[in-house]
Design a protein around this ligand. Structure first.
Ligand code: GTQ
Length: 374
């Protein structure tokens, strides 16, 4: 961004444009000794014309990571590790352990009969199940059984532990959390359950049975208001909803058949800081490009295709994870002419919207797609 054209733009727009002289350099050294600095040396960096993400568009292929995730089963126990997870490290965000922006993502693996002890924290968390059977999670006494492509919440402040039944198989799921955001806000508390394990208080899968119907809820019940009382969104119901919507809608030019997971008590996002959606790209569909203020982590739930993110093409298939950094152009394509493709996504849009920061922009007035540059 330091081309001569940029310099010219900075100068005419009343932006910082001060050349280094030996006198100024000596001055900068002097004030640095007083733990201070001259604003005009950093102004253009800390007040960019538009969001300038340091995150890199990344693809994490499940087939490449899976052997390493399975290897961790032999190397550490859940008792030793707390959580046995291989996290996704964006090259531009290593310092804050983020997959993109202020969002964390990891692959957690558990073997039959194992259980990871109960804890709670300020970070909000979600899981999207990748493979295996017999996995369960217990959130504040609500035990839930987990199957492939189910989406589960562990909202901030709730006690949660995970395990796999003795007659299950090795299970892998994606964990999505706002850990980097909580640390950026210096608001992150963490607590281990005094008994390491909490009792199951409610009937198994009571949350989905109570709140999981498309348009019905328990009469007079409103939930806590802080997060969705529906803690598990089953894949079959999600896919049925996409199919039904596709019969009556052309969908979004940018995202195809696109539905938000909602808090059924409020119609709002599933948690205060994290939102999630599922989208279906019909056979051969290639969407128009747009960009948004917000960071996105995608997991392909079904089919295969590619996304172009600021000119970078990422080819994905089921269980691959990729990210879209804030304010980067992105478009998605289904590579198959016969099968649909589904993308799960979690993001920080609830934060952007609560703070009045959300913006979206289409590429070109009548839509547009990007050239592939890499
Ligand atoms: O399962 O609660 O991948 O607290 C990172 C932090 C999973 C969890 C992660 C966590 C968890």
């Amino acid at each position: 961004m330091s081309s001569s054209r940029e310099n010219y733009r900075e100068a005419v727009a009343g932006r910082a444009n001060v050349a280094d002289t030996s006198e100024l350099i000596a001055y900068y050294d002097e004030i640095e000794r007083h733990h201070a600095g001259a604003l005009w040396t950093v102004a253009n960096k800390i007040e960019p014309w538009e969001p300038a993400s340091s995150s890199v568009p990344m693809l994490w292929q499940f087939d490449a990571l899976r052997p390493h995730v399975l290897r961790s089963l032999e190397l550490v126990t859940p008792e030793q590790a707390g959580r046995r997870v291989v996290y996704l490290a964006n090259p531009g965000r290593k310092d804050v352990t983020a997959a993109v922006g202020w969002l964390y993502s990891g692959l957690q693996v558990m073997a039959p009969g194992e259980c990871a002890s109960s804890h709670r924290h300020s970070a909000s968390a979600l899981r999207f199940i990748m493979e295996g059977s017999g996995a369960f999670t217990n959130v504040d006494g609500h035990k839930m059984t987990l199957s492939a492509n189910d989406f589960v919440l562990t909202p901030n402040g709730t006690w949660h532990e995970h395990g796999v039944e003795a007659d299950g198989t090795i299970c892998i799921w994606q964990d999505g959390l706002d850990i980097p955001l909580m640390n950026a806000l210096e608001a992150n508390f963490y607590e281990v359950h005094p008994d390491l394990k909490q009792p199951v208080v409610f009937p198994i899968d009571d949350s989905a049975a109570s709140w999981g119907s498309a348009a019905l809820k328990p009469a007079g019940e409103h939930g806590s208001g802080r997060y969705s009382p529906l803690l598990k969104y089953e894949w079959e119901r999600t896919y049925d909803a996409l199919q039904a919507f596709a019969r009556v809608s052309d969908g979004s030019p940018f995202d195809g058949i696109h539905m938000d997971y909602i808090n059924p008590a409020t119609g709002g996002a599933v948690m205060q800081t994290l939102g999630a959606s599922m989208q279906m790209l019909r056979p051969g569909e290639h969407t128009q490009a747009h960009r948004e203020v917000g960071s996105f982590v995608y997991q392909c739930a079904k089919g295969s295709g590619f996304s172009i993110i600021n000119g970078k093409r990422l080819d994905w298939k089921a269980r691959d994870i990729f990210c879209v950094p804030a304010w980067m152009w992105h478009e998605h394509a289904n590579a198959s002419a016969t099968e649909d493709a589904c993308l799960f996504c979690f993001h920080d849009l609830p934060v952007m919207k609560a703070l009045g920061l959300y913006r979206a922009e289409a590429l070109g007035e009548n839509g547009g797609q990007q050239p592939v540059l890499s």
